[in-house]
Design a protein around this ligand. Structure first.
Ligand code: 13P
Length: 306
């Protein structure tokens, strides 16, 4: 097999044969986003995984995302073309550690960001994504919450609510290490640009942003806005869709360091091999899947913005 065009055609044929849907996160390489049936943020892809009638889900993203699809749709076969695509943020808390913190705050609901392992979700009351985190926390009756595992998202939620927030000390190193000087330089060079930042960035970065949004939130905002120039403070993969959907607008990446290597692992050959061999399959043991699904279902039941 030679050209990308041929590989893509063969992937399409295999997807048809296997009754598969291809989902890709907004940070995936351009050619994977172009290939996918649906691209989206963590929330959008969880919903797509739970609603599809296809028998097979090919998840082009990182491990926790495919795991979420397997939790929501146990009757489906969930393939993750790159089994080694992990997420350091998801690895920053174990279920044992979470149990210890819960014991220190008895009765306080645990809100866990979907960037977490299935067994951590299973120890949680409700999940959230960057798109719905504030809404999820506001939906809870408790005046106190335990937020895991992202400290920056946790601090952002805390700034948007009156609730007492206990925050786990994990982070996404890509967003957390965005150098503020890089963003300042961009703002100085493009004073007319609107700054869109992901809530996984540090508070001092968010303080310079005009809007704090999830990846799909950024896509929606840029599409609807009459502004023509945007500085983007999130992983660079999002630029592909921002530029494709808004050819008349300019998008500037806040820093060249905004590159997630895990998200960039997936190649067209990996997707092809995965569909051809029907591996690697992601499964979650029932004793973890059932409580983890409860936390995801509670999140999905929180009313959406639009
Ligand atoms: P979104 O939910 O905004 O897509 O972000 C997911 C993610 O992994 C950010 O690092």
């Amino acid at each position: 097999m030679s050209s990308n065009r041929e590989i893509k055609q063969d992937i399409r044929r295999l997807a048809e044969e296997r009754d598969a849907i291809i989902l890709a996160h907004n940070y995936q390489p351009d050619e994977i986003q172009e290939l996918a049936d649906i691209t989206g943020d963590s929330l959008g892809l969880s919903i797509a995984a739970s609603e599809t009638s296809k028998k097979v889900i090919v998840f082009c993203g990182v491990y926790f995302m495919a795991e979420s699809a397997a939790i929501l749709s146990p009757e489906k076969t969930v393939l993750l073309p790159r089994i080694d695509a992990g997420c350091p943020l998801a690895d920053s808390i174990t279920p044992q550690e979470l149990r210890k913190v819960k014991a220190q705050h008895p009765g306080v609901p645990v809100v866990t960001y979907v960037n977490s392992s299935a067994d951590v979700k299973a120890e949680s009351d409700i999940c959230c994504t960057s798109a719905n985190a504030v809404r999820v926390v506001q939906s809870l009756e408790s005046g106190e919450v335990l937020l895991t595992p992202d400290r920056n998202l946790g601090k952002f939620i805390a700034s948007q609510t009156d609730k007492t927030c206990h925050i786990w000390d994990g982070c996404c190193c890509i967003h957390d290490e965005l150098p503020i000087e890089d963003l300042r330089r961009c703002i100085e060079a493009h004073p007319d640009a609107v700054v869109l930042a992901h809530p996984e960035c540090q508070p001092q970065i968010l303080a310079l942003a005009d809007h704090v949004l999830s990846t799909s939130g950024m896509l929606n905002h840029a599409g609807k806005s009459s502004e023509k120039k945007f500085i983007i403070a999130t992983e660079m993969g999002l630029l592909y869709q921002l530029r494709r959907e808004n050819p008349d607008k300019e998008f500037i990446l806040a820093s060249a360091k905004l590159l997630c290597r895990s998200m960039k692992l997936t190649t067209l050959k990996d997707v092809h091999r995965s569909l051809a061999t029907m591996t690697p399959i992601i499964t979650v043991p029932e004793e973890i899947r059932v409580p983890a699904k409860k936390a995801l279902d509670r999140m999905l039941a929180v009313p959406r913005d639009n």
